[in-house]
Design a protein around this ligand. Sequence first.
Ligand SMILES: Cc1cc2nc3c(=O)[nH]c(=O)nc-3n(C[C@H](O)[C@H](O)[C@H](O)COP(=O)(O)OP(=O)(O)OC[C@H]3O[C@@H](n4cnc5c(N)ncnc54)[C@H](O)[C@@H]3O)c2cc1C
Length: 487
Amino acid sequence: VATYDYDIGVIGAGAAGLTAASGCAQLGARTLLVEKEDALGGDCLHFGCVPSKTLIRTAQVYHLAGNMSRFGLPEVELPPVDFSRVAGRIRDVIRTIQKHDSVERFCGLGAQVEFGFPEFADEQSIRLNGRTVSARKWVLATGSSPAAPRLEGLEQTPYLTNREIFSLDRLPSSMIVLGAGPIATEMAQAFARLGTTVHVLQRSGQILTKEDRDMADVVMQRLEAEGVRFHLSTNVQGVKDLGAEREVRFTDAQGAERSLRAERLLVALGRAANVQHLNLENAGVEYTGKGISVDDRMRTSQKHIYAAGDVTGRFLFTHAAGYEGGIIVSNAAFHLPRKADYTLLPWCTYTDPELASIGYNEKRAAEEGIECEVWTEEFGANDRSLAEGEETGRIKMLLNAKGRPIGVQILGPQAGELISEWVAAMNGGLKLTTLVGSVHPYPTLAEVNKSVASRYLQPKIFSEKIQKALKFFFHFKGRACQPGSSG
Ligand SMILES: Cc1cc2nc3c(=O)[nH]c(=O)nc-3n(C[C@H](O)[C@H](O)[C@H](O)COP(=O)(O)OP(=O)(O)OC[C@H]3O[C@@H](n4cnc5c(N)ncnc54)[C@H](O)[C@@H]3O)c2cc1C
């Protein structure tokens, strides 16, 4: 039997790699974790979810302070934002969370952590810091990087990505954002709230293109009302460095040639899988421009080499990366065959209002030819929303022919938290009658979940047929008041 230095070697210490490494190590597999940066945690901790959500919260507080009169409070004149202090808060939050992802913690779990740039020597071993290290199985979890589009002038023009934007030393007076996906939209709102003049250029006619248009449009309208300027259906021709400013040339929706100038340019046009520098060819691992191809057990073209997270180019979320890392633990260490299933993968865009989703939306149902009924409820009808002054929003529930939910989208305050009830309900196969029959505390935003389900069930419970039956059995006398007859 061949012997190896490790049972499992994991490359990349982000959500996917950390989950895979900690799980395998805790199951007693001799585990190696290799990371190229000098700290564990990956993009989510250092340049993604954590800094972005910290910035969003800071921007929200500043925005609320600037809108005190909406809450019956005296208006205040706010001093401008010192972004170096905002960046300091972001660093503090990262530092605190970093402790959960420390080398000591992983060593305590039993995993050996090494820093360096690994390259596959063959399908079983890597070259790392001048040594050859072998493992029976490998996990590729190297994540993704901001995609650099082929755009005239971009190479000569300084621009920001998610790697630089959270550590700026001062707030830009103006910013052009290329792209209107979740990262672009979240950053556009946060910087606009802090005082930056923000323009967003988007190729398609909708922002957040994965989402249903009616929901995405409400997000856009809110951002527009806060001062963000959107240029949809545009075609960016090129960019130019003008010294103190950057210029973006584009054709607008009418085909007219236009240009915009701003102090900063943020490029958020998608992500590229980190497949370079690993010498994957030596290991015989196949990949495409999108990322490393895997089957539903997260196995690459080499059955003993797995891949998880952004590097697979599929669902670019931390929780998807963690889920896939867990699938690998089952398959590679537990030897318990487990397949990934994304039917109920939720996600959330953390704009204000937030837009959260699970299962099908109308767009995807139509694409797949799935017939469904759509039920909605507005946040304006929720007492807590009104008390909070957060009445913009809507919950949308898609039901199949059997009256079972196949998807829910929530656009509203704390939608990312509210979707969790549907995560539990849909994963547990809960019936809508159970949801409606359960008592929710009053007044809470989560009552929208119950309200939308009631909207569907109420006409069935209070139908004429049921009224007739009750009249018959219990001799009910029917309505005590007719509309227009009172007074
Ligand atoms: C601005 C922004 C905001 C985001 N917000 C959210 C959010 O709110 N919620 C959410 O779910 N997702 C969010 N994401 C997405 C999330 O960050 C990613 O989906 C997640 O980090 C993917 O985890 P991963 O383990 O696949 O990759 P990563 O976290 O990127 O980890 C990969 C690791 O591999 C290392 N590595 C790369 N190449 C090599 C190599 N050759 N050798 C050794 N190590 C290597 C990297 O240094 C890194 O540590 C956001 C992303 C961005 C950019």
